[in-house]
Design a protein around this ligand. Structure first.
Ligand SMILES: *Cc1c(COP(=O)(O)O)cnc(C)c1O
Length: 407
């Protein structure tokens, strides 16, 4: 209990984590930019990035040992034979640590540390299409909601797959009846579930949508979950069942590493079952002594190490404290907005609050993200309550809104 309390304090108000730049680089423009980054950091409220990465000890270890002077490259399969200067052993341990949180069993598992949530979606879509093609000899149709992250549409375009955009309800969830009406049961179905629609922070009702799919047992189905943000914190909250495939059934999942987990550069997790892995087109590459399932050849060896470091130094306890404090601050933000009469909405399990859009200068000062929806009166903005969005930061933001209201 005591340890949890200490960690929350460290995240919320540690002097070291909020340290100001003091060391000059010798390049004026670089120093000016560094200073600007530090100033902007506490006011980036609109995007799902954790701005309190705690990798200081990691970088110290790395540079104290001169690890920055050579290349660690995880080209190849972390679950296969790996090269000498590779951190694949740690990559595999990272996947084995996270996989059970999404309901995968360690004896039916494959995965890797990706370059980003988008890279994980690219693999989910590619593995899904390959799997269905392998099983049925037919190209699938992709179904995804019109509120899902744009990367999914872009990637389907890139992979030359037919996409059907399914309408969402007003809170951002795919409408099961609209899915039913759009299904082409003569072709396999590649579902992409939005776990975190981009603007409203909705999770598709997978149980209801799976029931629609189950009405067509003759149609082969693969379900990929795009859980870039929510896949990070949900396993550490009372909403963990929403992201557990033993409860909601899916074949693969993509999660970002630089969103909830607090890695300081883009990366992520892609996890699927061994069964899916084994039903892919094979790419036997003799010069790598490997069967290359993943899309990229060279892959970062440093991001898996950062992940591994955070598992050891933050881990279940730290992430549980962070996740619950984020949800608490989300409730606080809604209460504060309501108390000044500012209309706002959110989904129950979500750390995203959307509200009537304030003046442009507030939008730009707090780096808010915008959207439009006539069902909520038109112009909207949202705040994503990540670890650096503390009650203090929320008070500063709500005071600015209040001041606007008085002008
Ligand atoms: C952020 C996000 C993405 C994109 O992930 P990156 O890690 O930025 O590539 C995809 N889907 C959802 C739901 C997201 O929140």
């Amino acid at each position: 209990m005591l340890r949890i309390a200490i960690m929350v304090v460290a995240v919320v108000c540690s002097g070291r984590l909020w340290a100001q730049p003091t060391v000059k680089s010798g390049f004026e423009e670089l120093d000016a930019w560094t200073e600007k980054c530090h100033q902007e950091r506490p006011r980036t409220l609109g995007y799902p990035c954790n701005q309190v990465s705690d990798l200081t000890g990691f970088y110290k270890w790395y540079t104290d040992n001169g690890m920055e002077n050579f290349l660690i490259n995880n080209a190849g399969d972390p679950f296969g034979k790996v090269g000498a200067l590779s951190s694949a052993k740690f990559e595999r341990e990272v996947i084995e640590y996270f996989a059970p949180k999404y309901g995968f069993s360690t004896d039916d598992l494959w995965g890797m540390v990706t370059m980003s949530g988008t890279d994980g979606n690219n693999h989910g879509i590619y593995f899904g299409a390959n799997y269905l093609q392998h099983l049925t000899g037919k190209q699938p149709v992709v179904y995804v909601s019109d509120e899902a992250h744009y990367s999914n549409y872009r990637l389907c375009d890139l992979q030359n797959l037919e996409v059907r955009l399914i309408k969402s309800d007003e809170m951002g969830r795919m409408i099961p009846d609209s899915l039913e009406a759009a299904l082409d049961i003569s072709r396999p179905c590649l579902m992409i579930y939005a776990m975190g629609s981009t603007f409203k922070g909705a999770i598709d009702d997978q149980k209801a949508l799976n029931r629609v799919l189950a009405r067509h047992p003759e149609m082969a189905v693969y379900r990929h979950v795009d859980a870039a943000l929510f896949g990070g914190y949900l396993p550490f909250t009372k909403y963990r069942h929403l992201v557990d495939r033993r409860e909601v059934e899916f074949e693969s999942i993509s999660v970002s590493g630089h969103k909830f987990f607090g890695i300081d550069s883009p990366c992520g997790l892609f996890i699927t079952s061994r069964h899916v892995y084994e039903n892919q087109t094979t790419f036997d590459i003799p010069y790598l002594n490997a069967n290359m399932r993943m899309i990229s050849c060279s892959r970062s060896g440093i991001e898996p190490l950062k992940f591994w470091w955070l598992i050891k130094n933050v881990g279940d306890k730290g992430w549980t404290a962070q996740a619950n404090s984020m949800l608490e601050c989300t409730v606080y933000l809604k209460e504060r907005l309501t108390s000044i009469g500012w209309k706002c909405w959110s989904n129950e399990y979500s750390n995203t609050v959307f509200f009537t859009r304030p003046d442009d200068n507030i939008v730009s000062r707090f780096n808010l993200a915008n959207s439009n929806d006539p069902r909520f009166g038109g112009r909207l903005s949202h705040v994503v309550v990540m670890q650096h969005v503390t009650k203090e930061a929320i008070d500063g933001f709500v005071d600015a809104l209040k001041a606007q209201g008085k002008e």
